[in-house]
Ligand binder design. Structure first.
Ligand SMILES: O=C(O)CCC(=O)C(=O)O
Length: 299
């Protein structure tokens, strides 16, 4: 589902928005089935939590992109996601960059998932957000399971409560009564949470028996804000799932990883031919066509 103007306005005004029904049913079902390539199903986990000790050693029980299955990886390129990112960041689709992907599973009782309120920019950039919202980063959480209050929803402080706190500060003390004012990002599987990296939020604990939460977290920035980064994509360049993604996605989606668009001077007969050798099955025709038509410009 394309996000609406009202969703975008809420994202800009309060720094976050939850959009129920964002994923279409088929994409959601395929992604839910694919999660077990990387994490145990709730049935498998709760049948024998001791078999999965990693979930008891850290609350960051997540896998970084690329994940173990195309059906979770492809969420990063879901057309309505790229549309949402482009509109939130005020660029066209060719101008969006992908900065982080995480597939995060949480199971109640494994560990305490409670967090302090923080703004994400602390480990997303070495500089600070701008108060006029230029060069924003967009964080998204794609809900692959229903998230009710007892399922550890992300808790957010709407921007109007915290805008007076200088943007050099990325943690706030708990005793100030913030928890009474937090909003819980709940929603059914298929929902999307969007928030900005200057918004205070925190992870909450899963309470109750046998609860679990599965999320895909995808972050995006504008092409002209290279100081925002979480993952260096070449580092996973030899991962077979990365090669699969680069092969399958469109030229504009490849720009998400800073691969030059068709028509860029990087492309010549040699680089086009050797890309086809590196990525068996990749369609390099758009790059070849742009060689023959130098006036081509993306978008
Ligand atoms: O998992 C969540 O709901 C929030 C996590 C978070 O904010 C973080 O780890 O920085």
């Amino acid at each position: 589902m394309k996000i609406s103007k009202a969703h975008l306005e809420q994202y800009h005004k309060e720094g976050y928005v939850v959009i129920p029904g964002f994923l279409d049913d088929a994409t959601l079902a395929a992604a839910q089935a694919a999660v077990c390539a990387d994490h145990p199903t709730p049935e498998a986990y709760f049948a024998d939590p001791g078999r999965w000790p990693v979930y008891g050693t850290t609350q960051f029980s997540l896998l970084k992109f690329p994940f173990g299955h195309w059906d979770t990886n492809r969420l990063a390129f879901y057309p309505d996601m790229i549309d949402a990112a482009a509109r939130a960041l005020d660029v066209d689709a060719w101008g969006v960059r992908f900065t982080k992907g995480e597939l995060w599973a949480k199971y109640s009782g494994a560990i305490d998932y409670d967090q302090q309120f923080h703004r994400d920019f602390g480990n997303h950039t070495l500089v600070v957000p701008r108060a006029d919202h230029r060069y924003k980063e967009l964080t998204t959480f794609v809900f692959l399971s229903d998230v009710e209050p007892e399922d550890g929803p992300t808790a957010v402080l709407p921007r109007h409560l915290t805008d007076h706190i200088p943007l050099g500060i990325n943690r706030i003390r708990e005793e100030a009564g913030w928890r009474e004012q937090e909003q819980l990002a709940t929603g059914p599987a298929g929902s999307l949470l969007m928030y900005s990296y200057d918004v205070f939020h925190r992870g909450t604990n899963l309470v109750g028996e046998g609860r679990s939460r599965f999320m895909v977290l995808l972050d995006y920035r504008r092409e002209d804000a290279p100081w925002i980064a979480r993952q260096g994509w070449p580092e996973v360049g030899n991962h077979p799932r990365m090669a699969e993604a680069i092969t399958r996605i469109s030229p504009s989606d490849r720009c998400l990883f800073d691969i030059p668009p068709p028509g860029h001077e990087y492309w010549n007969e040699q680089t086009i031919g050797d890309m086809a050798r590196r990525y068996a099955g990749i369609d390099m025709d758009p790059y070849r066509a742009a060689l023959e038509e130098p006036a081509f410009s993306p978008g």
